[in-house]
Structures are given as C-alpha cells and as structure tokens.
Design a protein around this ligand. Structure first.
Ligand SMILES: Nc1nc2c(c(=O)[nH]1)N[C@H]1C(S)=C(S)[C@@H](COP(=O)(O)OP(=O)(O)OC[C@H]3O[C@@H](n4cnc5c(N)ncnc54)[C@H](O)[C@@H]3O)O[C@H]1N2
Ligand code: MOO
Length: 398
C-alpha cells in the first residue's frame, strides 16, 4: 500500500504550475501576492495638517502666553483638496483643515481650540512647537518602498496599503478552480425526507465549504448517482470548464457499484489502496490534462483527505505554504488499525489529545467531527496509542 505522504506528494507532482496574473485591487482579497507592491509615490504625498486649526510659523509664536498673546493676520485657507496658493509670511497665519497641504512658509499647525479668533486675526496664548501637528511627506512610506511583500495572503489592510501607495493592480496567484462531484444512489439533499436505504448527502457540503475556506473557486458538478457514464461526463465537463483540479467522493472501492472507479479507471485515473484509516481506497490521475483525486465516500475519510490531499493541493496552487504539524501528547490510549496510518479526529484538552469520537476513527462518525479541533497522525507501525505518546497534530485548515 502507498503511504499517505507519498500519495500527497504524487498529487502535488500532477498539478500544473500556476501562472500569476494582474488583478485589480477590488478582486484581490484572499489571493497570494506574487510580486512585492512598491509605493508609486510618497505616503503622505505632501506635508499636511493633522488638525483643524491654523498654519503658522513657530518663530512668530515664541514667548506667546496669556499675558503676552501673539496676534497673526489670517491671510487665506487651505482645505483638503484645495491648497492655499500663497505663502505664510511673518506675522500671518492660514486657516487649515485636517489633511490639507501645509502652505509654503508655515512649519506648524495650532489646533483651533487653542486659539481665539478676533475678526481677521487669530490670537495665540501659548508658544507652538516647530513641526507641531504636521504630517510629513513620506513619513509612512517613501516612493519605491515595499509596502506589501510577495507571499502575503491579501487581507483588507494589505489592499488599503496598496491603494494608498497609488497601486491599482497587483500581481497575484489566481484562485484555483476546483470541481467536485459526489456519487451514490442513496444520497438525498440535506433537509429532504429519507426513503428506504437513503441517507443525507454531506460530502458535497464538506467539499464546497472546505474549498471555499481554502480559497478555491468552486465548480459544483452535483450528484452523479451510481452511473459510471455520468461520472465520466461530469469530469469531462470540469475539464472543459478549465478546472485546475477535480475531486470526487464515493464509488472508489471494490463493491459491485463503484461508478467512479468504473468511469475513470480507463480514462487516466489509477485506483489503489493508501495505507491510511480512514481513506484507504483512492484514485489519482490525470483526465484531459487535469489532475483528478477520487476520495472514498465515507464522510470522515473525506474530511481527513481534505486535510491531507485537497488542502495541500489548493495551497500549492495558491502559493500558500503548508502549515506545520506539531507534536502533542495523547491524553488517553486507543486502538489503531494494523499496517495503516491512523488519522484520528481529536479534541485538545489541557494541551493533550483525546479522540473526538468514542468509537475510534470510524469513517462514518461524521456528526462527532463537529466537536473535533483537528487531526492526530498515528504512524502505521503503532499498534496502540498509550497515554503520553507524542503524536503529530494539526488543527483543521479548512
Ligand atoms: N470488501 C471491501 N469493502 C470495502 C473496503 C475494502 O477494502 N473491501 N474498503 C472500505 C473502506 S475502508 C471504505 S473507505 C469504503 C469506501 O467505499 P467507496 O469509496 O466506494 O464509497 P461508497 O461505497 O460510495 O460510500 C461509502 C460510505 O459513505 C457514504 N457516502 C458516500 N457518499 C456520501 C456523501 N456524498 N454524503 C454522505 N455519505 C456518503 C455511503 O453511503 C457509504 O456508507 O469502502 C469500504 N468497503
Ligand atoms: O478507509 Mo475507509 O475510509 O476506513 O472507511
């Protein structure tokens, strides 16, 4: 049997290397930056006022006090977007608003609540520090400075920094387009009544939500039923739609109705056992140039395979590094399947790991996934976990 790590590496090797594109800022949220964003100009672009008040020459105000106030003639106004075209000469001031350019000749701003107006004059009863309330050109960034580094996953604050740097478009890795298909005649949409032998479909919900959380663009191929033809047609439609990756669930093992295996085995997908529990029967290959990963139908297996295979593939396509697994002790002991790596949904309690399900890592115990914090990996060679054993743990990434 192939190890899970080997299987993951093979999937990564099948991905077509993504090509970065130029993206308008408003469409770049969540994408990973492929090239540094550099400031097209200084931020702020000019010296400007941090207060509503008066632009003055601090030298005019030396020694101003309540007993010896200084009176300056107000010679004009500078408002945001409407600079004063003249200069502040000795004995004068300019009315100024927050964000307005500091007029030539002035070096400081005094806030309006610290002065009194008297006709066309302004009266100061205190000295003004040279440079008071002035926001300097380039104090945030100078022209050419890197304001957002390549590799950053763009959040609103990064986009704000790029916009203020005068940058309208960024170079980013595109969001991968991932198609997903679930299979099985027994599946009924969540909320619909169940007939004999039917169950509520959950894998499409897992995949749609996981792919969205991972930053992919979704191509929903729906439910194929147990028809090999329908599976093949659905995958071909994903190829035609420009998918970067196709994920299927169910119908991948050795039963009499395994439509994914029947439909895709002759089309470029290899079906094999991976030494993991859950998630043993799997398919992996390329159809029409597009990598296809076929997961088993059991819902916990799908959630685990999202963490081990689908997540790493989407992250690789997006330019996102793979989060590390951390060593943590087991709080209790539990049994393990012989010869297969165990991927156990676990909760963290006081820094130690405890199975989220009381029935082991049964691949159908999907409801208990809701209480799990992440997955613990137990090596294939481990026969049973003992309390205190160190395991690799990672919180869910999707
Ligand atoms: N004789 C053997 N039988 C099985 C083996 C084996 O080695 N020999 N392996 C078992 C293992 S392990 C797994 S895992 C399953 C995988 O089988 P399939 O990939 O063919 O999956 P299905 O049979 O289609 O479904 C399995 C299970 O999951 C339910 N399911 C499927 N799709 C959904 C969905 N979208 N939402 C919710 N639940 C779903 C389905 O009803 C089945 O209960 O094979 C074992 N058998
Ligand atoms: O490998 Mo299967 O997912 O254990 O049930």
């Amino acid at each position: 049997m192939r190890s899970a790590d080997d299987h993951a590496a093979r999937l990564l090797s099948l991905l077509r290397p993504p090509v970065p594109g130029i993206v308008p800022l408003r469409e770049a949220l969540g994408l990973v930056l492929a090239a540094d964003v550099t400031a097209a100009g200084a931020i702020p672009p000019f010296d400007n006022s941090a207060m509503d008040g008066y632009a003055v020459r601090s030298a005019d105000c030396v020694g101003a006090s309540p007993d010896a106030p200084v009176t300056l003639a107000v010679v004009g106004e500078s408002a945001a977007g409407h600079p004063f075209s003249g200069a502040v000469g000795p004995g004068t001031a300019v009315r100024i608003m927050t964000g307005a350019p500091l007029p030539a000749g002035a070096d400081s701003v005094v806030a309006q609540e610290h002065v009194t107006r008297s006709g066309g004059d302004v009266v100061l009863a205190a000295a003004v520090r040279d440079g008071a309330h002035v926001r300097r050109a380039g104090e945030d960034a100078r022209s050419g400075d890197v304001v957002v580094r390549a590799g950053v996953e763009l959040r609103p604050r990064h986009l704000a920094a790029a916009a203020s740097a005068g940058v309208a478009r960024v170079e980013a890795w595109p969001a991968p387009r991932v198609a997903f298909l679930v299979t099985g005649d027994e599946l009924v949409a969540p909320g619909d009544p169940l007939g004999p032998g039917q169950i509520h479909e959950s894998n499409a919900t897992t995949l749609a939500a996981s792919l969205r959380a991972l930053g992919a663009v979704l191509i929903d191929l729906g439910i194929a039923g147990d028809s090999a033809d329908a599976v093949r047609r659905a995958v071909e439609s994903a190829v035609a739609a420009g998918a970067d990756l196709v994920v299927t669930t169910g119908g991948a093992s050795v039963g009499d109705h395994d439509p994914v295996k029947e439909g895709l085995a002759g089309a470029g997908v290899e079906f094999l056992n991976v030494a993991m529990q859950p998630g043993k029967p799997q398919g992996l290959g390329v159809v029409g140039g597009v990598p296809v990963v076929s997961l088993p139908g059991n819902p916990v297996a799908v959630a685990v395979c999202v963490e081990l295979f689908v997540g790493p593939a989407v992250r690789a396509l997006r330019g996102v590094p793979e989060p590390a697994w951390e060593p943590l002790p087991a709080a209790v002991g539990w049994a393990c399947p012989p010869g297969r790596e165990q991927l156990m949904p676990v909760v963290i309690e006081d820094g130690a790991l405890r199975p989220a399900t009381s029935g082991g890592s049964g691949s159908h115990l999907v409801a208990r996934l809701a209480v799990a914090d992440g997955i613990a990996r137990v090596p294939a060679s481990t026969e049973a976990v003992a309390p205190g054993d160190t395991l690799a743990f990672r919180r869910f990434t999707a």
